[in-house]
Design a binder for this molecule. Structure first.
Ligand SMILES: [Zn+2]
Length: 82
């Protein structure tokens, strides 16, 4: 599958709440390349969040923590590329 925002291939996944959890329809996915937040569709692709999902993730401490970690990783990646 590919990110619906930047198009990067999504090649790995991990749950931030339960390391044994497998992805299933409705799971919230964050692209580490661009930070886009999407949901896993029943057909295994990503889709835009619906209104209810968007409200649920806004301000979610887990989502915010992942976004902060993502920003740090991408900054280090950019710094190492220079
Ligand atoms: Zn992306």
């Amino acid at each position: 599958m590919n990110c619906i925002s930047c198009g990067h291939a999504i090649e790995a996944h991990t749950s931030i709440k339960d390391s044994k959890q497998q992805p299933e329809a409705g799971c919230i996915c964050i692209c580490l390349y661009c930070g886009n937040i999407a949901a896993l569709a029943a057909d295994g692709t990503l889709r835009e969040l619906n209104t209810k999902e968007a409200h649920a993730v806004a301000g979610d401490p887990y989502i915010l923590a992942v976004q902060r970690a993502r920003a740090e990783v991408m900054k280090k990646r950019e710094d190492n590329a220079r």
